[in-house]
Design a protein around this ligand. Structure first.
Ligand SMILES: NC(=O)c1ccc[n+]([C@@H]2O[C@H](COP(=O)([O-])OP(=O)(O)OC[C@H]3O[C@@H](n4cnc5c(N)ncnc54)[C@H](O)[C@@H]3O)[C@@H](O)[C@H]2O)c1
Length: 351
């Protein structure tokens, strides 16, 4: 055990108590080394609902929570537009945090925040949980020796509509996700997972060029209110290694098309499919494929455990998605929006 290892329960606070908090809370609440000490949400009833169930104090502002509670760690689970203030409140209080993707909407602010966090050497983690999957780990191992030449990926789903059983209609996310100025659009908010995996497996992206399809969903009689997203995007990418790729989003195909990412290298082809990122890996000249299911591990507990262990021990070697790296994936997705606005290819500015 190191001198600085925390042996008592970790006092944990949540900032944002909406949909995704329910993916983190079941295992956090049953972890013997975690005390759920505080819940914060600008819609304070949501924080209170969790506190009623799990205990802990209730706040409507992250700054107030961090000033009043002595926390060991925070989870920032808020909409894309709300980033910045909660992260800075954690930074000032010196509280390590895990923040859900994407990490923000404004490139200049993201670059600045990333610098501040790196300079302060604060433990901060981006919620790109797919990096913790065995399927992804295996592909990364292979592509580090056999570099990716070409990739294509996509998330293809249906439109958010006004219907009782529609995920967006019945959850708070429906109030901001369909508005591009708030969510960044589907490519930034959702397909960022694929952008992040593309970087994790094929290296840094240097340039993007995007096209969008618009106006198709607007013809639907029951489209969710305030929807102004691109119905589909194709984003071509050039990688530092010389590889090229194409990643697509679509939220206008009710019959779906799923989540996939295919990568080709000289010796290996990897085909990831579904949200769980199951993979088939083919090796040149060999019959059949190596198959790894992406759901053999429960992914949110695995990601959160890596973070909490780093908080406890100070050893960050188990972290696969540091904040600064998550910022870089977010900057790639935001550069795609910039390319749409300019109608030209855009070099990704990381620094
Ligand atoms: N990793 C994944 O696969 C995954 C899945 C779903 C959502 N997410 C991400 O999690 C984030 C939140 O999504 P969600 O579905 O929980 O949205 P949500 O709208 O259901 O919940 C967000 C909550 O944050 C609160 N909030 C807004 N601004 C705040 C602030 N400044 N301080 C405190 N609370 C604030 C809102 O009132 C709301 O209750 C998004 O970035 C989303 O992309 C990740």
């Amino acid at each position: 055990m190191s001198d600085t290892e925390v042996t008592r329960k970790l006092r944990v606070g949540l900032i944002g108590c909406g949909g995704i908090s329910n993916a983190h809370l079941p295992h956090l609440s049953s972890s013997e080394d975690v005390e759920l000490a505080a819940f914060c949400d600008v819609v304070v009833e949501r924080a209170r609902k969790h506190a009623d169930k799990y205990g802990g104090n209730v706040y409507d502002d992250a700054e107030k929570m961090l000033a009043s509670e002595k926390l060991d760690a925070a989870f920032i689970l808020i909409p894309t537009y709300a980033h910045g203030a909660p992260e800075r409140a954690c930074l000032r209080a010196g509280v390590p945090f895990l923040v859900e993707k994407p990490l923000g909407l404004y490139p200049d602010d993201l670059r600045q925040l990333s610098r501040e966090i790196t300079e302060a050497n604060l433990l901060a983690v981006a919620g790109f949980m797919n990096r913790y999957r065995k399927s992804v780990h295996r592909a990364r191992e292979l592509f580090q020796r056999d570099p990716v030449i070409l990739l294509d990926g996509a998330w293809i789903g249906g439109p958010p509509i006004q219907r009782d059983d529609d995920y967006f209609a019945k959850n708070p996310i429906g109030q901001w996700w369909p508005i591009k100025e708030k969510s960044g659009g589907q490519f930034v908010e959702q397909v960022i997972h694929t952008v992040d995996l593309a970087r994790y497996l094929a290296g840094e992206v240097v340039e993007v060029f995007a096209y969008a399809a618009r106006g198709f969903n607007q013809k639907l009689p029951n489209l969710i209110q305030n929807y102004n997203l691109d119905d589909a995007m194709v984003v071509s990418m050039r990688f530092e290694s010389g590889a090229v790729g194409n990643i697509m989003s679509c939220c206008a195909a009710p019959q779906g098309g799923g989540v996939f990412l295919n990568l080709w290298a000289a010796q290996h082809t990897a085909r990831f499919h579904e949200w769980a990122h199951h993979v088939q890996i083919y090796r040149a000249g060999e019959p059949g494929a190596e198959e790894i299911r992406g759901d053999v591990e429960e992914i949110f507990p695995l990601e959160d455990r890596a973070f909490l262990n780093a908080v406890k021990t100070g050893d960050r070697s188990g972290i696969r998605s540091p904040y600064a790296d998550g910022v870089r994936s977010t900057l790639v997705a935001l550069a795609a929006n910039e390319s749409l606005e300019k109608g030209t290819p855009v070099q990704v500015q990381y620094a």
